[in-house]
Design a protein around this ligand. Structure first.
Ligand code: SF4
Ligand code: SF4
Length: 506
């Protein structure tokens, strides 16, 4: 690239020369090569800095500051810096821009425009410190009604006639989203699975197979069958609490997956069952699924393969026609449905898809819940919703809108140390999370990361209980689809109408 077309860096690394001890620690910790030592002092190459903060935290002298380099461009409300930088980058490299860690456009969050109701005089609240508030849920298909019959051996005895589909119990309505081994490191995956087992909640395996070391956590893992079928064999299917057919994901609706060959080391090659160094490409569609009937056959095949012992679900990206698709999926025999909204994160996604395709999860949850109710199908499926569940307030509102379980990934990465630098696709994560480089993976202490995830979700669950208590609800299952306990304060009445939520004051 010629000098006249180079892009001024986003960040500026400032080093306090008087404080610097010249220990060179920052140069070894910067995995992006932004810092070096020239024999006299530390030199910063601002163009390589991604503001991951590793050097700032590791500097024993507190001598490093990363600031935003924003003074060089004349302001323009339409041709923003982001748009100009994209044009410069593409006119230089001629390629599709990649990014990671979720849609970062400044689009108003609908969750932020929703307020929760609270009890006052006529309907007493519940004190969660003194009374039990249940946050446990049962994951899987429920019967729409329960029938009884007389016991054939003893006609005086009444027994259950309805056959229950496989369900399992989780202690919190929270699930860690699907992040494959490959997109995240072994240590990050280990920390997540250990935390989920300890909390008795669920984690997704992603589409990269399940390393045998993780089989012991299988009763807390939903494994994925994606279009690439990576790592799918009978052991994989039999070592899972549930199996999810991945049709789409929120970060890149209508898109497949791509793990570059350089990330496919022996560990990943063994887990994905592909040759070392080969690109792991998932086709955009499943080449055996072109209709709901095809999908129903795949669901049936997986149920058969797992002897009807585990729930089988389907994941779709939240798009404008999610509701009729959801009906087809339930009628096709799925036991759970995962809806992934357009703010969802991933290790690598074309920016054009990530930022512009799909719909917000809030609208998709409400539309799907409403449609399933109308078709009398709602109780037949567990609805998992993800795509920017940032904190407990989002989780609670997602459930009130109609989800059974809220799924999130970024908060888990952040709890482990991620600084949201959005460079996951480069495999150089300086915090040892989104990388396969051994020297970087070692930086993530599994025990510390696990405990931080446990603490995070424990806090969310306590906050969930606080809110349920304030609403006078003693079980999270009674909050589900309870949209009357939400009020809208945003600017767009059409959104309130689609959500089925009244405006504040109504
Ligand atoms: S880590 Fe801090 S003290 Fe050490 S060389 Fe870098 S800037 Fe100087
Ligand atoms: S996981 Fe690592 S590379 Fe990805 S956003 Fe977080 S800190 Fe950056």
């Amino acid at each position: 690239m010629s000098i006249s077309h180079s892009i001024a860096p986003y960040y500026k690394v400032m080093i306090e020369r008087d404080s610097c001890k010249k220990c060179k620690r920052c140069t070894t910790h910067c995995s992006y090569g932004a810092l070096s030592y020239n024999g006299e002092r530390i030199i910063a190459d601002n163009s390589k800095c991604v503001a991951c903060q590793r050097c700032v935290i590791m500097c024993p002298a507190g001598a490093i500051h990363i600031i935003k380099n924003e003074s060089f461009l004349p302001p323009h409300g339409n041709y923003t810096r982001r748009i100009r930088n994209a044009i410069w980058a593409q006119s230089g490299n001629g390629g599709v821009l990649l990014s990671a860690a979720g849609n970062d456009r400044e689009i108003r969050s609908i969750f932020d425009d929703l307020l929760l109701d609270a009890c006052q005089v006529t309907n007493p609240s519940i004190d969660p410190l003194r009374e039990t508030i249940e946050t446990k849920i049962f994951f899987g298909r429920k019967p729409s009604k329960i029938d009884f019959k007389r016991d054939t051996m003893n006609p005086n005895k009444i027994c259950l006639k309805t056959e229950f589909m496989p369900n399992f119990e989780v202690d919190m309505p929270i699930m860690v989203g699907h992040m494959s081994l490959g997109s995240i490191s072994y240590n990050a995956a280990m920390a997540i699975y250990q935390a989920c087992k300890e909390l008795n909640i669920l984690a997704g395996s992603g589409e990269g197979g399940l390393h045998p070391d993780f089989y012991e956590f299988g009763s807390n893992i939903i494994t994925e069958v994606a279009s690439g079928r990576f790592g799918v064999d009978i052991n994989y299917l039999h070592n899972a609490a549930g199996i999810e057919i991945k049709i789409g994901q929120g970060a890149k609706p209508g898109h497949g997956g791509h793990l570059p060959g350089e990330k496919v080391n022996s560990l990943i090659s063994q887990t994905r069952m592909i040759p070392k160094g080969s690109d792991a490409l998932s086709p955009y569609p499943h080449h055996d699924v072109y209709s709901i009937e095809d999908l129903a056959q795949l669901i049936a095949a997986l149920k058969e393969a797992t002897r009807y012992k585990v729930p089988i679900g389907v994941k779709i990206a939240a798009v404008h026609n999610s509701a009729p698709i959801a009906v087809g999926i339930v009628r096709g025999g799925a036991d759970f449905l995962t809806l992934d909204g357009f703010r969802g994160g991933t290790g690598a996604a074309p920016r054009i898809i990530r930022d512009h395709a799909g719909i917000p999860i809030e609208l998709a949850i409400a539309a799907v819940d409403e449609r399933l109710r109308k078709e009398n199908l709602r109780d037949e499926i567990t609805l998992v919703a993800g795509g920017s569940i940032r904190y407990s307030a989002d989780l609670i509102k997602a459930i009130a809108l109609g989800a059974d379980v809220a799924m999130c990934s970024m908060p888990v990465l952040i709890a482990m140390g991620c600084r949201v630098c959005q460079q996951c696709f480069r495999g150089l994560c300086s915090w040892g999370i989104a990388t396969q480089q051994e020297y970087l993976v070692k930086r993530l202490d599994v025990d510390v990361a696990r405990n931080r995830i446990i603490n995070l979700f424990h806090s969310w669950n306590e906050e969930l209980k606080e809110v349920l208590g304030a609403m006078g609800i003693d079980s999270v299952e009674s909050l589900r689809s309870n949209r009357d306990r939400l009020r809208y304060i945003g600017p767009n009445p059409k959104i309130a109408e689609i959500l089925g939520v009244k405006h504040a004051g109504e």
